[in-house]
Every structure is written in structure tokens, then in C-alpha cells.
Design a protein around this ligand. Sequence first.
Ligand SMILES: NC(=O)c1ccc[n+]([C@@H]2O[C@H](COP(=O)([O-])OP(=O)(O)OC[C@H]3O[C@@H](n4cnc5c(N)ncnc54)[C@H](OP(=O)(O)O)[C@@H]3O)[C@@H](O)[C@H]2O)c1
Length: 293
Amino acid sequence: MHKISLHPQGPQLSRIIVGAWRWTNESAPQIEQLIQTSLDKGITAFDHADIYGNYSCEENFGNVLRSNPSLRNNLQLITKFGIKLVSEKRPEHKIKHYDTSASHIKWSVENSLKSLATDRIDLLLIHRPDPLLNPEEVAEAFSALKQQGKVLHFGVSNFTQAQFEMLQSYMPFPLVTNQIELSLFRNEPLFNGDTDVMMKHHIRPLAWSPLGGGKFFEDERIKELMNRLCVKYGISAMQLLLAWLLKHPSGVLPILGTTKPERILEGADSVNIDLDRQHWFELLRAVNGRDVA
Ligand SMILES: NC(=O)c1ccc[n+]([C@@H]2O[C@H](COP(=O)([O-])OP(=O)(O)OC[C@H]3O[C@@H](n4cnc5c(N)ncnc54)[C@H](OP(=O)(O)O)[C@@H]3O)[C@@H](O)[C@H]2O)c1
């Protein structure tokens, strides 16, 4: 699989990313198999957050790297910080809240480095927009981490255009992505300016829940059309949904959320599909329930 640069200054990631959010009940050998299957197919980028699996997914993934240290140089690690969950693992959190203070950024990065058994995070994202975010403080903390080589690139997730542009205006280097919910079923960002603003900044979106979280495979609005197009192209429904996203000129990088190695193989092959423009609009019409204006 080819790699794609999120920004002209990097990082280079595989066009398809694999996310660890749902890897909560998988054993170490199963996680190792998911990682190895991805790498064998050229999927080298993995998406995490400190909170996934109630603060356990990073460490479970890190345990695989700890026992196979040579894997680290073959993959890129994305992780997020900024949400504080109420959890028995964090008894000091009395309420779910956000924290983008410099001290939490530093603490969270050290913790993720340790959990993931690595000396560097390829891409660090602010998980959600924090109403108490102080942009000067964030820019300073990010700059220090970059200078120390602990984090190579920075971005955000679930930010509005205004929130992205505000933070970018304080940063001494480019934020390289906004990771957003984006799929055929959540196609508003293609029309409300979200992806356009990323294109204006020459960065690419990372799409979470690219298959709508797996809930739409039996959706009556599109079932028949999907079946027809799958037969026409000789592909699966999952590949059709990914091809729909990959066609967008912003160069979307879908993050697969599967827990099954065979679905990673299936997803990886979607990069070779070129969906016809009219089929793209037919799928859009079926989901939105109307023709474009
Ligand atoms: N930044 C954020 O706020 C945020 C929020 C949510 C997620 N994320 C990231 O995005 C990643 C992907 O999100 P997601 O898991 O919602 O993505 P997704 O790929 O849209 O959904 C994955 C779900 O779809 C199911 N699925 C896949 N193919 C299927 C098929 N052919 N038929 C039926 N079900 C199928 C999977 O089940 P199987 O396991 O059985 O294959 C899994 O439960 C996460 O891992 C995380 O890294 C980020």
C-alpha cells in the first residue's frame, strides 16, 4: 500500500489506518496478529487514545511492541489526549472533563510513551475541543515536546473549522490533521467546509467510523444499491464504503475499527478501487434521500 503525506512537511502514513478503540477484549496474541496482518498488507499507521479500553488499549498494544521491539521502526503511532474519564484507574477524576493544560499534556505524553513502549509518538492529537484550551500554553507545550523528539507531529480531532484555525494561528509549525467522523453516512463535513478548510491548509482528514461504526450494512436505504455496485465492481460492501471515502480530493485516510484480521485484509484492498463519479453520487443520494440541488 502506498503512503501519503498528511502535510508537505509530513508525516507519511499508510493510506489506510487501523484503530485500536475496539480492541478491548483481544488477547496479546490476537493483538499481535492484528498488527502483523496490517503490516503485511502495508498498513503501518495505528490510531490510539490514552482513554481507549478504559486506559488499557495503549498498554496492550505496547506489550506486543515490548516483546517484538523490531516492530516499532516499521509502524507509526498516533495517539490522543485531553479527555479525562471517571475511572477506577484515575480516582482523582470526579467528573468526565477535558484537560489541555501544559502539565496534563506533558504528563499524558509521558504516560503514552511508557504504555506504548516507545520513545516517540509520530502524531499526537487533541481528542476533543476543550472550551478551556489556552492556545499559547498548548503551542508552548507542543513546541517543547517536538524539540525533545518525544512527539514528531501534532494535530486535533473533532475540531470545528474556527477551533482549528484559532489554534493553528498560535502554532509555530503546522497542525497536520483534524481527525473527524466522516463516512457516507456522516457526509456533512464534505459540504459544511470542514474538508475544504483542511485542503486550504494542505492537510488531510483522518476519518473515524469510516463504515459508520458497522451499523449500516443492512440499511434498507442503500442495501440494494450497495449489492448492485458490489457485483458490478467485484468488491465487498466494506470496500465500496471505503472507496467512496477515498475518492474525495482531500485525500481522506480512513481508520478501520475492525477487530478481525480478515477485515483488515479486505479493507486494505479498497485503495485500488476507482469508483465512478455517478456511482459516488448515487450512493450519496440513497443515504441523503435526495438528489443534489
Ligand atoms: N477521534 C475520535 O473521537 C474517535 C471516535 C471514534 C473512533 N475513533 C477511531 O476510529 C477508529 C474506527 O472507528 P470505528 O471502529 O467506529 O470504525 P468503523 O470501521 O466504521 O466500524 C468498525 C465496526 O464495524 C464493524 N464492521 C466492519 N465491517 C463489517 C461488516 N462487513 N459487517 C458488519 N460489521 C462490520 C466492526 O466489527 P468487527 O470487529 O466484527 O469487524 C466494528 O464493530 C477507532 O478504532 C478509533 O481509532 C476516533
